[in-house]
Every structure is written in C-alpha cells, then in structure tokens.
Design a protein around this ligand. Structure first.
Ligand code: HAM
Length: 437
C-alpha cells in the first residue's frame, strides 16, 4: 500500500527545499538589517486566540481552521497565520514592559487553512512575516511597507504592485458599517448565502465577495474614503506622501478590506504576475492593527506587519527562471579503487572541517560516471585518488570549469583549494561582468 500526501499539502524536497531556504535566508537577513528579531512560536495554539484576533466573522475562523480537542479536552488549532501567536508571545513574555518601542519580530514557518486547493493555494503553506509593535505612527507603517517592497526587490521581483487602502479608525469602521448595512438592506436577499451571513457578522466582508452577480451590486456600494474620520484621513494622506517621497509605487483600492478582523487604518496587498502571465494570488499582505495587543491581554498598543507566501514566491521565481542559485558542492572525491575508499573518507573529513563541502563516491562508479555526478552536484573540483596518488601521498585535483589538472601533495591540499576557489570566484565575476556588458 502506497501512501500519499494529504490533499492540499505538498512535499518540499531537493531543489525546491534549497530554494525555500535561500529565499528565507535573504528575507531573514534583510529583516535583520532593520532590527527585527526572530520569533519561533508554537504551531499549535489555543483556539480561542484566533477567535479573538483573526475574528469570528472571518472565513478563516468560520470555515478554514484545523481545530481539534486534545487528550486533555482543550480546543487546539493549527495556526492559520502567525500574527496572533507573535503578539501573544510578546504579551506573555512581557516584552512591552520596558517601553522600548517598537518591539520588532520576524518569523517563518508553516500555516494551515482548510481552503479549496488551487493554483498557489495550499492547506499547509509557509509564510515569512514581520510585526512591528508598540509605536503608533504612520511612519512605522511606511517602514514595514518599504521592508516588504525592498525584500521582494532583493528577491528579484521588480514590478510588484502594492494595493493599498485604509479601513480608518474604530469610529470610521462603525460609521461605514452602518452605511453598508443601509445600502445592502435592499439587495441582500438576492446575494449569496455567504454574503447573507456576512451581512449579520461584519458587512465589510461583503466587499470581499468573489461571486460575479454580487460584485455587480458591490460596485455601487458606499466608498470607504467618504466615511474616514478627519484623523484617519490625515494619517492616510501622510502615509501616501512618504511612499511618494520614497518612490514606492502603489495603487489605492477602496474595496480592499482583507480577510482578517484585526486590521484598522492602512491595509495592503502585494501582487505580481509571473512572466508566463500566471497570477498565483497575492504574494503577500499586511496592515496596521490598533486593538490586537489589547484584545490579547496586553497594553493598548498598535502594531503593523505583513506576511509573504513562500510557495507563491517560489512558483513565480521558478516560472521566471530567477530562483536563487541552488546548492553546489566544492569538491567531488573519486577513489579509483575500493582500497582507496578509506583514504577518500579521511580526505572528505579534513576538507569539511576546513570549510569545504564535498561528497565522496563510495559506489565504485567508473571515472566517467563520477564526472557526471560531480557535474550534477555543481562541484568546482574533482579530487581523484588512484594508485599513483596513494603511493605519492597526493591527490589529482581537476578544476571542472577549466579542465586544468594538478597533482597536489596532501599537506598542501587545503592551501591549494583555498587559492583555487578564490580564482574560481573571480572567474565567475568576470563571466557575470561580460554578460552585463
Ligand atoms: P494573509 O493575507 O492571510 O495575511 O496571508 C499572507 C500571505 O500568505 C498571502 O498574501 C499569501 O501569499 C500567503 N497565503 C495565504 N493563504 C495561503 C494559502 N492557502 N496557500 C498559499 N499561500 C497562502 C496574514 O496571514 C496576516 N497574518 C499578515 C499580517 C502580518 N498582517 C499583519 N501582520
């Protein structure tokens, strides 16, 4: 009996896993350069956490959570997102007590949503995200939007579309909800069953409906911008002015409401269509939250953050042939006879301790096959150990790019490889320059 992955999940292995690691490393070190610190919170959380934060009117809580009772009869949920857990961790660990704001966190890892699997949509997927909490200023919102934008540029996404909106403050949201209830009152009977529920739970959600006939009705709904309080309007205008100053392109969409309840003021989504024209859905999204920390038992502090979908980033970079370079090894060691195997293992150990990655052929493959394997692994050097080399306490080093071959005494091997690697890196740079020019 063969077993397969659970619907909506996928194995991330080999080149794909290498690419995820490279993507995450770039994102981590970039967030690090802004002073964000890593948070690794549990994948299981008490279900109540998501009801309080993501919200009971959201599709995530209503339909998509993996929730179960554990053996102690506690309601546990596999996290559908990381913001709630990160804020919980900040509150539990009293990170707001020394008033050193903002507290800046970044995270990466799996999330679980029982969604209909489709293009770019999985039931287990990975996110990289950040949260900047405690300093309630539109400038911190800008900093986070700029971080999202520059992270994507670093990964090679040059034409990201930032879709931006403001949900305003609590006063704005309440006034706007009333206006929506008024408008939809005469239409709701003819709308989908989801919208009927949304009408009672949170009419803002109706704006997110994807049903064509509902979209027709939604397009004439009242515009959020007309209901903004003076403070929210000024805040949004200030935010936009700085984005303009920083030359960060954006597009304002007053129907962008986001699928999670904790947002207020600015919200945004990041979009990118692959060169093949494939749209995997938003590659990232985020926004400002005024009440989340308080809702989760902390002081009344605001925050802002975003999360990027690693699967979607990977799919696009793969389509565009722009994946960060895969894993390569420095050396492939080729013992020419069984009796050289132990010497080869010894060499490998010395090389690795000195910082060179290598693999050893222990299967007695022919020289031709050994070279094929070395090429497939992206090796820079082939290290051949034959009868002569064994007798001479040496190794034959072949540079795979130039095919140059030199017999090197064991005592000099590390020194030789150090110098030759430096030369090889320079050769790569020279080749790159030739392509650019
Ligand atoms: P979200 O919009 O639910 O926001 O998810 C952020 C990103 O995760 C999406 O833009 C998408 O790239 C990816 N994503 C979401 N669902 C799936 C799925 N089923 N399959 C593949 N990728 C998916 C949040 O999660 C918020 N916590 C973001 C945030 C952080 N807001 C403030 N701070």
């Amino acid at each position: 009996m063969e077993y397969f992955v659970v619907k909506g999940t996928h194995d991330v292995i080999l080149d794909e896993a290498d690419a995820y690691t490279s993507i995450e490393e770039i994102l981590r070190s970039h967030a690090d350069s802004y002073g964000f610190r890593e948070f690794r919170t549990p994948i299981i959380e008490n279900s109540q956490l998501f009801l309080r934060s993501v919200g009971d009117s959201s599709d995530i809580v209503r339909k998509e959570m993996y929730t179960f009772l554990d053996k102690g009869n506690r309601s546990i949920t596999l996290r559908p997102e990381v913001t709630a857990g990160t804020i919980r961790a900040m509150v539990n660990n009293k990170l707001f007590s020394n008033q050193d704001f903002p507290v800046k966190a970044y995270y990466t890892g799996p999330n679980f949503r029982y969604e209909r699997p489709g293009l770019g949509r999985y039931r287990q997927f990975n996110q990289f995200g950040v949260e900047s909490v405690g300093a309630d200023s539109y400038l911190r919102d800008v900093e986070v939007i700029e971080l999202a934008y520059s992270s994507l540029r670093l990964l090679g996404f040059n034409d990201v579309t930032i879709v931006l909106n403001t949900l305003g403050d609590e006063e704005t949201k309440e006034n706007y909800k009333k206006a929506l209830l008024d408008y939809f009152k005469e239409h709701i009977e003819n709308m989908c069953s989801d919208c009927k529920e949304r009408y009672n739970l949170n009419p803002l959600r109706i704006l997110d409906c994807k049903v064509e006939s509902d979209k027709e009705i939604i397009k004439d709904a009242p515009n959020m911008m007309d209901y903004l309080s003076a403070a929210s309007k000024a805040r949004f205008e200030n935010l936009i002015a700085i984005l303009d100053y920083l030359e960060i392109p954006y597009h304002i969409d007053p129907t962008l409401v986001r699928g999670l309840d904790y947002y207020s003021e600015s919200v945004f989504e990041l979009h990118y269509v692959s060169k093949k024209g494939i749209d995997y859905g938003a590659i990232g999204a985020g926004g400002h939250y005024s009440n989340l920390v308080g809702e989760l038992g902390g002081p009344k502090l605001a925050g802002v953050g975003f999360a990027l979908g690693i699967e979607r980033l990977y799919n696009i970079l793969k389509d565009d042939n722009s994946l960060p370079t895969g894993r390569k090894i420095d050396a492939y060691i080729m013992p020419m006879d069984e009796k050289m195997n132990k010497t080869a293992l010894q060499f490998a150990s010395v090389l690795r301790i000195n910082g060179f990655s290598c693999e050893v052929n222990l299967e007695g493959s022919s020289l031709k096959n050994c070279f094929k394997k070395a090429e497939r692994r992206g090796a820079t050097f082939a290290l051949i150990i034959g009868e002569n080399e064994l007798a001479n306490e040496s190794v034959m080093v072949k540079k795979l790019k130039t095919h140059e071959q030199t017999e090197v005494k064991l005592d000099n091997l590390i020194e030789y490889l150090d110098a030759a690697s430096f030369e090889d890196a320079n050769l790569d740079e020279f080749e790159e320059e030739k392509i650019i020019n």
